[in-house]
Each structure stands twice: as C-alpha cells, then as structure tokens.
Design a protein around this ligand. Sequence first.
Ligand code: WTA
Length: 660
Amino acid sequence: MSGAETTQEPKLYHPSEATVAAAHVSGMEAYQKLCAEAEADYEGYWARLARDLISWKTPFTKVLNQDNAPFFKWFEDGTLNASYNCLDRNVERGLGDKTAIIFEADGGEVTKVTYSELLARTCRLANALKAQGVKKGDRVVIYISMSIDGVAAMQACARIGATHSVVFGGFSAQSLRDRIEDTQAKVIITADQQVRGGKSLPLKAIVDEALTLGGCDSAQKVLIVKRTGAEVGFNPERDVWMDDALAGQSDSCEPEWVEAEHPLFLLYTSGSTGKPKGVQHSTGGYLLHAALTTKWTFDLKADDVFWCTADIGWVTGHTYITYGPLALGGTEIVFEGVPTYPDAGRFWKMIQDHKVSIFYTAPTAIRSLIKAAEGNEAVHPKQYDLSSLRLLGSVGEPINPAAWEWYHQHVGGGRCPIVDTFWQTETGGHMITPLPGVTPMVPGSCTLPFPGIQAAVVDETGKEVPWGQGGILVVKKPWPSMIRTIWGDPERFKKSYYPEDFKGQLYLAGDGAIRDAKTGYFTITGRIDDVLNVSGHRMGTMEIESALVSCTELVAEAAVVGRPDDTTGEAICAFVVLKRPRPSGDEAKAIAKQLRDHISKEIGPIAKPKDIRFGDNLPKTRSGKIMRRLLRSVAKGEAVTQDTSTLENPAILEQLGQAY
Ligand code: WTA
C-alpha cells in the first residue's frame, strides 16, 4: 500500500512527553534496553518476564526446549492455571470488588461483574462442566455470541484443564460440524439465539443441524444459555439448559494445575490449502504474551477502561478480551452488538458512556464509520465526548493512511497514540507494533517488533534483504506464545510455518513486508499466499472454491481471488463455470444469489463473494493450470498487461471482465 511512498519523507507522529513519562515502557531507550536484554540472553529475558507476570503453581526451571524443533516448548516443567491467573489472583490482590467486565447488550442494557462475581460464575460453570463429565484434556466447543457467559465459559474450561475451541457465531452448521469433528469435542456450549443489530439469529438450531451432519459422535452434551428465551429444539438426552446445569453447583472450584505446554485452546483459521486448521496454543507461553502485550502495547493501568471490539470467536477476542486484560486485573467492555446499530454512532456513544480510555478495533470498522459519518453528521465522533480516550489500537489488516489520520484526529482528538498491531492467530499476541510511550508513529506502518520478537524480511532463500526492499516476513527465533502445532496434523504445521525453503529455521508468517530504508519500520504488504483478508476475517480462496464446486448440480469449476475494496480491505471475487450455458441478465443474478446462499451454508455469511462472474471457461495455461494472477487483474477491472502468451484461451479474459 505504501510502497510508492518510500521516496517521500514519512510524517512522524511523536508520543507526547506526558505519554512517554507515564508509560510502562517509557522512551526509546527503555525499548532498546529491552531489545538488548533479549539479544544478550534470550531465554533469561523471557524467563524474567514469565516470573514477573504469571503466577506459577510449580515454578519452571527450564525455559526453552528446542530438542524437537520446530515443536518448541516453553517453561515446560512449570505448572499453572490460566483462570487462576485471570481471576483468583486478582481477588487475592484485593481487586475482588473491582469491575472486571462491563457488558453492553445489543439493545443497550448494561451488566457489570466484579472479579469476585466473575470468579464465582466461572467456578460454577467449571463445576457444571465437570458434572457433565468434562475432564482435563477434553475439548469443549463454544458457539456463542459476545457475552459474559462466553468469557466465563472459556475461563471455566481453562480452570479444569479442558481445551476450548470457540467457533465464531457467523459460521455455518457445516463449519461448526467440521470443528466439532476435528476437535472431537465432548461438550458444546451455546445459546438459544444471538442478538446482533436488532435481529435475533439462531445458534442452538445451527448446533442441532451441525450434529445431524454426521461425524459428531464425540459430542455428548449441549449446554444452552438462555439469551432470548426463544423456543428451541430440545433433545432431553443430550441438551441441558445452562441454568439447570448450574443449579446447585458450588461457586468455588479448585483450579486444575496444568503443565505450561498444556493446550489452552484450539482456534481454527484459514490457510492456503485444505480445510481450516486448528491452531493449538499453550497455557504458559500464551498467557505470558497475552499479559505482557496488554501491559506494554496497551499500556494498561489500574484505572483504565479497555475496549477491544473483536469477537471472542477470533484470536483477538481470546487474547485481548478473555485473557490479557483479565490477567492484569483490568476493567474491560464486552459488547454484544454491531458498530452500526442502532446507528453508526454506537461505538462513540459507548466510549462516552463508559469512559473508555483504550479502544482497539479493526480498520474495516473505522472505514465503514468514516463513510457513515460523512453521510450523516449526527453519527460523527465529534458529536460525542471522547475525552476519556488516551490510546487507540488497530488490528487485523493493514490500516490505510487516510483511515489512520481520521481515527487519530476525529476519534483520538489528535492526542492519542495509535498502536497498529501486526500479529496472527498463530502468534498468539502482538508481534510488530508501536509502543505508545516509545515509538514515533507513521500512518500505515506497524513500526517495530515487540521487544524480544526477532522479526525480519527475507528473500526466497531466507536471506535478509536490505531495508527498503520488499520480501517475506519471518520470525527468526521461537517465542513463548507461538502456535505449538496444528491439531492432529503436525506435518502440516511444519510445512506451513517452518518450510524446507528456509531449512526449517524461520517461522513463515505468510505475509509480505518491507522495512523503511531510514527508520527500519515494517509495513505489511499483504498475504503472499492464497489467504484473503475480508473485513479482517481470514479466508482461504481454496475453501471458498471448494464450497462453490460442492454445489454439484450447478458448478463445473470455480476460481476465487481477492480484489481491493474501499471498506472491507479486500473483497471476494468468484469466477464460475456452470454446468449449463453461461447465464446472463436476471438468470445470472438468480444463480449468483443461489451460489452465495450455498457458500453461506457451507462456510458462513462472511465468505459470500461480493462479485460472481460467469464464464464459458477459466483462463488456463496449455497444461490446464488456472492463471490466477490474470484473474486478479480482471477482478480489479484492470486491463490485463501481463504476458498471456501461455494462455490457452485468451478470449476468455474479455468475457470474464464483463459483470453479469
Ligand atoms: C493481517 C488477526 C497489516 C496479516 C490478529 C496477518 C495485518 C493476518 C495486521 C492474520 C496489521 C493482522 N497490519 N496486516 N496490523 N494485523 N494483519 O490470524 O495478513 O485473523 O497474517 O489474526 O491478518 O489474521 P488473523
């Protein structure tokens, strides 16, 4: 995005003196000192922080075990419990009456829970899970919307050593089924419905459907939280209302002390091939980075009100809702709804009402709210008192400089640093990001690695490229919160993240990056594989193609590519060859709708293509390979300037260029 700007002197936004003075990491020298400490004694550095931020039941004596690289182990002989670290120890420190969560429902009702209350709720839920037969090492799938119950359910799993796998409420029955089967989950926690943007949407009914699709025999029980009281199908042998499961359960539950490497959670994410993969995270290393990055990147302090707008179905909601802020005893917002309901001023109103001081959201949300504010003064942030804000964050996709400037000026009042945090489901927490009291910011750049993280830009052979030259983003050393494996597929883990091209020595992020020639700042240039980023949601083009061709009565062949989109960052564009003659006009529209609905059923509404183009064929080489780079140009509406001499059927490009 900013490659073209490299010749221009970048505009630096310096943190104010007051921000620097008050920050946990105060000033560039402090940052450099931390980096130097990690450089000099890598294991000692992480061990010091792990002792400082985490309460261990059994202290670890080993730090990093590389014997079976790239299956690294951190703090392996230590034992701990994540829920103890997030709840009990805050109560023990005297924070029992402090508000842990301020929950705002879609309709605006506010519920607050203190640390003591959240602990009691988590314990009852943990006891209820135990009563349903869940034991250490079992998997629990959580399919629920944003709620205190959602957070408590994750904490309850952690408390008894069960591994949770949260499935975003926007995924379909088919996707849910795949995850239940892959995790072999024993119990599913869901709600009757979810409420978003004034609409009630089914959850339990989707669970029911998923369980009829086969392969889910592991799932013995379904616990249902009553959210709307809607009538739902009820199988008395399998289904249990959460209220009944909780009745009579004690509100104390001894934490299960687990080894640091014990899998805290599995979270499915898209890669360039095959089905979504279950990213496995550890307990100790993950929790350390969740707490540490919350402390340093968000500079979280005792009196902050922290709001991460992500859903707990994504990694951002795991690290910066369920674990990081709670591990530090912070107060946070959990929001059930959407940014545009009842109007596009919702975020700003909530910041005002709850006096939010740290706000963390995605560029897509910002861009859509900019559009809304341009069309309607009444929802412009200037209509609200946002003076409580002191720090802003961005995550999930590159933030374009124009959106950055608007966020800085209109939301942050020109005074709040913006932390543009680059990281991934696999990294567990922030990898490259400004620190608010350290880093002069450049719009569109995630700036410098988090202290201790050894990020680099390399060429195809793994050699570092000079600053100013684009390349492949890698991490040179293992770090505590890294992915441990892909659940059930260690070979795929190795191949995806520690490829032979780099002799298995470098972690491959899957993104391209460039470092500024002068400052060394990193700018992410986008995925280098077939992964799309639509509204900050990760999706594999192959997954969408498979969903399309699974509509066997209609589709002969399909290819999916991304194209830039002003609001969602990237948009999905599908090229489809039907088993019948190429349709046009209303017929094409009707078939496109049918295909969108089909994808929605196979994956979820988030995977619906924005564009569907029909062709008699796809552009192929003489050996039959689909030429995706040509399709990318066609999707963008660009004239194809690439060499098409190897193309079997050049005329097809013109046909595909026409919208239906
Ligand atoms: C992209 C989300 C640019 C990137 C936490 C990465 C970003 C993928 C940024 C991971 C950022 C995330 N700037 N790109 N600040 N943050 N990305 O696993 O392509 O859902 O590989 O994790 O999002 O998406 P994931």
